[in-house]
Ligand binder design. Structure first.
Ligand code: HEM
Length: 462
């Protein structure tokens, strides 16, 4: 009886304390003018529910509070916006104080000159420098030949093997980007890869700088990568040859009107590698998965690629006109990005108190421009859970206002065409050479699309 009374007392005490803490946190954030929503526990907010329940948490909150609500996730008071109109406004209005709001660990590791950390004229200049490297003309003359050569050899020896397609597409995205940047003549590729993987992991971790943390290792990896890139810059400066790769073009201060400092060049190179890495690799892996599960789509895709091969000799590379003719491939890539939702949304933060959608948003709050649900809107995409690339051919969905797969506004993805060219070239060599069956591997869709133990497939000749 005594034990029961003590246990009952402790449980009751905890309940009262819990309710009081939750209430205290709600009162703390009950400033007039804020949108509806709940703030969860002091400090942790609703992070656990958000990470555990993912999209269902967002749907539940939307059902209770509408498409514009407040929460406290990932260490910061946050406004979640799911309304396409408001999202477009937020993405278009960086100059009014809606700047990128990525976590501190990400900014620390990617460097103070990385594109998400700079605003105004500096952002314009760095974005201009990047766009000059990946323009359609650069893709046609410089990048596509390199991508073609790389994809052809990367997919060469998969026959009669069980491979982890997640691992292969990750290697592919990174090595292909390193080739475009211009690391071929140096020996850095091998040392670079493990450091880059540590850097990526660090950007997703809590910013706790202790020797065993991923954040700490991410910072160390950044130091090593900066050192390797500095050496590469020195090497290239010492060489008298003209350098047509990305690094060489950025370094060419005389002719390059953007005139970036070495520090800016290094952070831009890290930005290019980082931004294209997971997006390109995960889309490629998921395309392989969906094609395996949808034989009719695979047949149609093969038709497109064999038609291209028919026009060529076996060893001829793909050229820009071939790439531009891959309309069904492009549709497969968009449908993969939509259905798998590789990007759930983008983050912004307020630099001053402001009115948004009739509410007052305090300075320093994060805004989660959550675009995931738009991908499953049956008015835009009938039977939204069906993998149907043909829908992208019927209407021009790519140019409609609600297309957020590559973001929107002033920070819309500058690497869109480059990314699509890489995935299309990979698919070209993959589907014309191979058939495959799945051996196994579980897929997780939130917070990132990944296969925690790898996605294994058995590959044979087509
Ligand atoms: C399928 C592939 C890709 C997808 C789905 C994708 C998606 C996105 C999205 C949604 C954004 C907007 C971020 C924001 O507004 O905060 C973005 C920005 C960006 N992307 Fe991509 N991306 C892809 C490939 C690439 C590639 C290959 C590169 C390499 C150059 C790249 C470089 C960038 C950069 C530098 C930004 C930031 C732009 C800025 O802040 O002005 N992306 N991407």
């Amino acid at each position: 009886m005594v034990v029961f009374t003590v246990v009952f007392g402790v449980v009751l005490g905890l309940c009262i304390l819990g309710t009081a803490l939750l209430r205290w946190n709600e009162v703390k954030y009950s400033k007039k003018g804020l949108p509806p929503g709940t703030m969860g526990w002091p400090l942790f907010g609703e992070t656990t529910e958000f990470l555990k329940q993912g999209p269902s948490f967002m749907k539940k909150q939307r059902a209770r509070y509408g498409v514009f609500f407040k929460s406290h996730i990932l260490g910061c008071p946050t406004i979640v916006s799911m309304d396409p109109e408001i999202n477009r406004y937020i993405l278009m209005n960086e100059a009014k104080g809606l700047v990128p709001g990525y976590p501190q660990s990400m900014l620390d590791i990617l460097g103070k000159c990385n594109i998400a950390a700079v605003h105004g004229s500096t952002h314009k200049n760095m974005r201009g420098a990047l766009l000059s490297l990946i323009s359609p003309s650069m893709i046609r003359h410089q990048l596509l030949p390199k991508i073609d050569e790389f994809m052809r050899s990367h997919t060469r020896s998969w026959e009669n093997k069980v491979i982890d397609i997640q691992e292969k597409t990750k290697e592919m995205a990174l090595l292909s980007a390193l080739k475009q940047i211009g690391t071929e003549s140096s020996s850095i590729s091998q040392a670079f890869i493990p450091e880059f993987f540590k850097l990526v992991l660090g950007t997703f971790s809590l910013p706790i700088n202790l020797p065993s943390t991923n954040y700490h290792q991410g910072l160390q990896a950044r130091k090593n990568i900066v050192h390797m890139l500095r050496e590469l810059i020195e090497e290239k400066r010492a060489s008298l040859q003209t350098q047509n790769d990305m690094l060489g073009l950025l370094m060419n201060g005389e002719e390059n009107k953007y005139r970036l400092s070495d520090e800016q060049i290094i952070d831009l190179i890290i930005t290019i590698l980082y931004s294209g890495y997971e997006t390109v690799s995960t889309t490629s892996m998921m395309a392989v998965k969906y094609l395996h599960d949808h034989p009719k789509v695979l047949d149609e895709l093969r038709k497109e690629h064999f038609a291209i091969r028919k026009r060529k000799n076996p060893e001829d590379p793909l050229d820009y006109n071939d790439y531009k003719s891959m309309l069904f491939t492009r549709a497969v890539i968009f449908e993969t990005s939509r259905l798998a939702t590789i990007v759930n949304g983008v983050l912004r933060k307020t630099t001053q108190e402001m009115k948004l959608n009739g509410y007052v948003i305090p300075k320093g709050w994060r805004i989660y421009v959550y675009t995931r649900e738009i991908n499953y809107d049956p008015c835009l995409y009938p039977e939204p859970l069906t993998f149907n690339p043909w829908r992208w051919l019927d209407k021009n969905l790519e140019t409609q206002n609600n297309f957020f797969i590559f973001g929107g506004g002033t920070r819309q993805c500058p690497g869109k065409e480059l990314g699509i060219a890489e995935i299309s070239t990979f698919l070209h060599y993959y589907v014309t050479k191979y058939r495959w069956e799945e051996v196994g591997g579980k897929l997780v869709k939130f917070p990132r699309v990944e296969s925690p133990n790898g996605l294994h497939i058995r590959v044979s000749a087509y």
